[in-house]
Design a protein around this ligand. Structure first.
Ligand code: SF4
Ligand code: SF4
Length: 344
């Protein structure tokens, strides 16, 4: 562990840039905190609870070209921006890093691995900024994904007074600090770090997820899905803001005469066209079937397929963003209240 004074953080970020690293961090853009490239001399916004979107778009872009196709020559060429260089994802919350480590990596790096995601992931250093304060929707401790991480980062910064305690989680993290003369924290500073994290943890909302997978199994035909989906306006927001959602669509388009492209674009299981098949059949045409799919995927299907935790990191974004005020924690409570009332 090391200590870096607040007023030296800019030096650290400048050093990464001078090492030809592309630094991405939180910025205040018209009142929203979003991840963007930190241009020369630009410093991150550090006064925020969480960002509007998780940083997944830097590993899995909202829209990307994955193939160029030149039909006249009967030739296709894989195309991607794999040489963008090393990136530093700075200031990511623990819940969002868990989204990358346990969910996006599992999906995109399992055999056969996705080369586009894989190349970006390999070149990305992850610098966590542990939370000091949750908002009313945050429940990361219920998902073991925050407010700070035990592993799974290159560096982790915890704000203690007017300094940051820096935890080094990997050789890549060590390299990010190369050349800097940083002090080792005292016992008091380590104690303060634990206090900051514990206080934040205590303030987080609790969502009792344990055992929900056993209860939801019996609720496929339950009225709960129609009740809750009455408030859904099918905007897809809950999927797009979620650090564990990864669904995408593929489209081919003509760029110019003799040149076409295959595009990959984020998709949402709440949108009507998500299950549209050739011939126009939509297998989840009723809105409640799509909302049900989302909750079954988060609370049961992911666990059944991959094992491990539920597919939620407790970031609270889906509740925060939903125009119909559908709250993830309240739906979990409704599901749990149906225990023993299967399919009635
Ligand atoms: S954010 Fe709310 S309204 Fe929008 S699709 Fe999701 S559940 Fe429906
Ligand atoms: S389901 Fe909701 S609370 Fe859970 S990780 Fe996704 S956006 Fe965050």
């Amino acid at each position: 562990m090391k200590i870096i004074p607040e007023n030296k953080l800019a030096d650290l970020i400048n050093k990464w840039r001078s090492d030809a690293r592309h630094v991405i961090g939180p910025k205040n853009v018209h009142g929203d905190i979003v991840f963007e490239t930190l241009e020369k001399d630009e410093q991150p916004c550090l006064d925020f609870l969480n960002t509007a979107l998780p940083p997944k778009e830097f590993l899995f872009p909202m829209r990307e070209t994955i193939l160029n196709f030149v039909p006249k020559e009967d030739e296709w060429t894989p195309f991607t921006n794999l040489n963008e260089g090393n990136i530093v994802l700075f200031g990511i919350r623990a819940c969002d890093v868990t989204g990358i480590n346990l969910f996006l990596d599992q999906l995109f790096l399992s055999d056969p691995p996705d080369p586009y995601y894989g190349a970006r992931r390999k070149s990305a250093a992850i610098v966590v900024l542990a939370c000091e304060e949750p908002d009313e929707y945050c429940f990361c401790p219920s998902c073991n994904s925050g407010p700070a991480l035990a592993t799974g980062f290159d560096l982790q910064l915890i704000h203690i007074g007017d300094e940051y305690l820096v935890q080094i989680g990997s050789p890549a993290g060590e390299r990010l600090l190369n050349g800097l003369q940083l002090e080792t924290p005292s016992m008091d500073q380590v104690g303060l770090k634990n206090y900051v994290i514990d206080e934040c943890r205590k303030k987080c909302r609790k969502v009792e997820l344990e055992g929900v997978e056993e209860i939801i199994k019996d609720l496929w035909e339950d009225e709960i899905w129609k009740e809750v989906s009455n408030y859904c306006i099918r905007c897809g927001g809950c999927n797009f803001v979620c650090p564990t959602c990864y669904c995408f669509d593929m489209n081919d388009r003509v760029v110019s005469s003799g040149h076409s492209q295959r595009m990959r674009t984020w998709d949402s299981c709440l949108l009507r066209g998500f299950t549209r098949m050739a011939g126009g059949v939509i297998s989840r045409d009723d809105k409640f079937t799509r909302l049900r799919q989302r909750f079954y995927h988060k609370l049961l299907f992911w666990k059944e397929k991959w094992g491990g935790p539920h597919a939620c990191t407790g970031c609270g974004r889906c509740s925060r963003v939903c125009p119909g005020f559908i709250d993830f924690g309240e739906v979990v409570e409704k599901i749990k209240s149906r225990a023993g009332h299967a399919d009635t």
